[in-house]
Design a protein around this ligand. Structure first.
Ligand SMILES: [Zn+2]
Length: 426
């Protein structure tokens, strides 16, 4: 799993037929939170049974363009395989991962933004850019090694053409503005290498943008942060507001000339976690023409799991304030998490988030951003990249028509990206 240096030990317990619980030592640095009130469960208990794929849903899914906003496979290739697909052949089933080519195919993935994430701690080490370039190279090598499956996409026209040819359009998303090392020239070069969105921050607040999980410095964006947004608009690189604080979201929405995206964030009105989008920002995203691409991570989608994540982080902060060393803090938080296991949830939790965002922002402003291979726990029936057809089924079951489902699964992102392309043309 990305972002955690310690080896991952996952103990999955199956409870009943639907829920699984996992314990992830070392997990906790990534995404943090607060207590929750759920207005979600609009569906009846019968509707929360496991989803069964029908021929009609499978056919609809096959015919639509599915675009996922965030997949961390490149980080897994770095961590597990010394950055080489020679050591990790994704043309074969890779059950330890959430992503491989056979499952991308059965999931009907049409386009994928591959995250070239590197940790915010690289900022202190002074090698954010070098590592980001290494991650971008992993994506280019993947495309070169599997040319029958992947092709680099730089524009919406590329996505349509590559999808029509039967390949998976592969886009690059930079996760965290630390990657540009405070240089607009570097931002321009990342664009040249193929990056088509940049998440303004990861979990670490930068001197030009505040993160959701860190202390604020600028109260949103600094003047340089505004310059970054303007330059991204000029280049035609999508501004990604996942991971930033609500003040940064509002600030960016005030000044951007192009639609924004949230490449992997869910609804705070369902699960009160700072990584999710607050309700009062939903109309602003709608007015901007942006898209919130729903994250599948259990700690962001299940209200109780979000609350647990908040509490674990409060514990971490308390211990840190007491001057306790990092190693002891990690051990204590791991112990607390073992004693308070998270609930994985089910696909219905993700559908609740989609519905909430549709109510708050409108059908034109919701998308899909799984975060596969970046998160240690996912809900039942959304375990890996083969599961997307069940989302199409779940939306049909909840009364969405084909046109609405096409928007959520990819057309909304296409519209936002096309608008960003037209902004740069001006
Ligand atoms: Zn992330």
């Amino acid at each position: 799993m990305k972002r955690f240096c310690s080896p991952i030990l996952t103990i999955a317990l199956v409870v009943g037929s639907i829920f699984s619980l996992s314990l992830i030592p070392g997990f906790g640095a990534d995404e943090k939170a607060i207590p929750a009130t759920s207005d979600a469960s609009s569906s009846s208990p019968e509707q929360r049974q496991p989803i069964v794929l029908t021929a009609a849903a499978a056919e609809l899914h096959q015919s639509l363009l599915l675009i996922d906003g965030h997949n961390d496979l490149p980080w897994e290739v770095r961590q597990r395989a010394a950055r080489s697909f020679e050591n990790l052949d994704i043309s074969k089933p890779q059950p330890d991962l959430q992503t491989d080519i056979p499952r991308l195919r059965s999931g009907g993935v049409g386009a994928q933004f591959w995250s070239v994430y590197v940790p915010g701690t690289t900022l202190k080490e002074g090698n954010s850019l070098a590592q980001t370039l290494e991650q971008i190279e992993i994506v280019h090598q993947m495309i070169a090694k599997y040319p029958d499956t992947f092709q680099l996409a730089l524009t919406t026209a590329d996505i349509r053409r590559i999808h029509a040819s039967g390949k998976i359009a592969s886009l690059i998303g930079v996760e965290g503005g630390h990657s540009i090392e405070n240089s607009l020239s570097v931002l321009q070069q990342l664009y040249r290498l193929g990056a088509r969105y940049m998440t303004l921050t990861h979990n670490v607040t930068l001197d030009w943008a505040d993160a959701a999980n860190d202390k604020p410095v600028s109260g949103g964006l600094s003047p340089f942060g505004e310059e970054v947004i303007r330059e991204m608009n000029r280049l035609g690189m999508l501004v990604d507001l996942s991971h930033v604080s609500p003040e940064t979201m509002r600030h960016a929405l005030r000044i951007t000339l192009a639609p924004v995206i949230y490449s992997h964030s869910s609804a705070r009105g369902v699960a009160d976690h700072p990584r999710n989008v607050p309700d009062d920002i939903l109309p602003l995203v709608a007015a901007n023409g942006g898209v919130i691409m729903v994250n599948f991570y259990s700690s962001f989608i299940v209200p109780q799991s979000a609350r647990r994540d908040v509490q674990a982080n409060q514990l971490r902060q308390r211990l840190s304030a007491d001057g306790i060393d990092e190693e002891t803090i990690d051990a204590e938080v791991r112990k607390w998490k073992r004693e308070h296991p998270a609930i994985a949830g089910t696909i219905h939790d993700v559908l609740d988030h989609i519905e909430h965002l549709v109510r708050g922002a409108g059908i034109d402003h919701v998308g899909i951003g799984s975060d596969f291979d970046g998160v240690p726990m996912v809900p039942a029936q959304l375990e890996d990249v083969s599961s997307y057809p069940l989302l199409t089924q779940g939306l049909l079951d909840r009364g969405y028509d084909a046109a609405a489902i096409r928007k959520i699964m990819g057309e909304n992102l296409m519209r936002a990206m096309a608008k960003a392309e037209s902004v740069t043309a001006k």
